[in-house]
Design a binder for this molecule. Structure first.
Ligand SMILES: [Zn+2]
Length: 217
């Protein structure tokens, strides 16, 4: 599959956030000894992140609303159908110091075009990596203020869900499912929601690309 993805936002700029509560359905994601399931906690986080984003004026589209498990491609298709969107995948990690949060952007993908000059579906993220990094650093910078011990800047990793997403895209990993009491995770949700929402608002000006060079307002 190939699509003519480009890195330019529509003139209206960023106004949609596609939120991806990871896993779900038959895939519980990471599981803690205390019975905590990643797939359930990310849905609860998503409610709070959504509210915070809407307060910032964003429209929020979710890749899943309940306990179903859309495929990676289904989730990317949801994002790629939007114009002027960013993509945020929410995870609860099985590793990392409990109480910390890490933002990931996809590792480098050489933007190989096929013989028609189109970017293949599985490299859809390639033209957006720089923007993803900017967005990820903004969110991570806000997270470290609230969650001490988190990294200062976004990390790079090969993230399957991000690779096929044609938008600035980050994965947010909250540590961790190993806590004994899920209240320890629940307490983190407002801070995570606030950082994502304020990060998206701060990123918004960086994602407005003029339609024609030199045509300044
Ligand atoms: Zn996960």
């Amino acid at each position: 599959m190939a699509s003519p993805f480009g890195a330019q936002a529509p003139q209206g700029g960023l106004n949609i956030v596609v939120m991806d509560p990871a896993h779900g359905g038959t895939d519980p994601g990471a599981r803690g000894t205390g019975g905590i399931r990643e797939s359930e906690i990310v849905l609860d986080f998503a409610i709070q992140v959504r509210r915070a984003l809407e307060l910032q004026g964003f429209q929020v589209v979710q890749t899943r609303q309940g306990n179903e498990n859309p495929s990676f491609d289904d989730r990317s298709a949801t994002a790629n159908a939007q114009r002027g969107a960013v993509f945020v995948s929410l995870h609860i990690s099985s590793t990392g110091l409990p109480g910390t949060v890490r933002v990931y952007v996809n590792s480098d993908l050489p933007p190989l075009a096929d013989s028609n000059g189109l970017i293949p579906w599985d490299r859809a993220q390639a033209p957006f990596l720089g923007l993803s990094r900017t967005f990820g650093d903004l969110v991570q910078g806000l997270l470290v203020q609230r969650f001490k011990g988190s990294p200062e800047t976004a990390q790079t990793a090969s993230v399957r869900q991000l690779r096929t997403t044609a938008a600035p895209a980050i994965a947010v990993e909250i540590s961790s499912v190993t806590v004994e009491d899920r209240a320890d995770l629940d307490r983190m949700a407002p801070g995570v929601a606030d950082a994502i929402a304020r990060g998206a608002a701060a990123f918004k000006p960086a994602y407005v690309v003029p339609n024609s060079p030199g045509a300044l307002p």
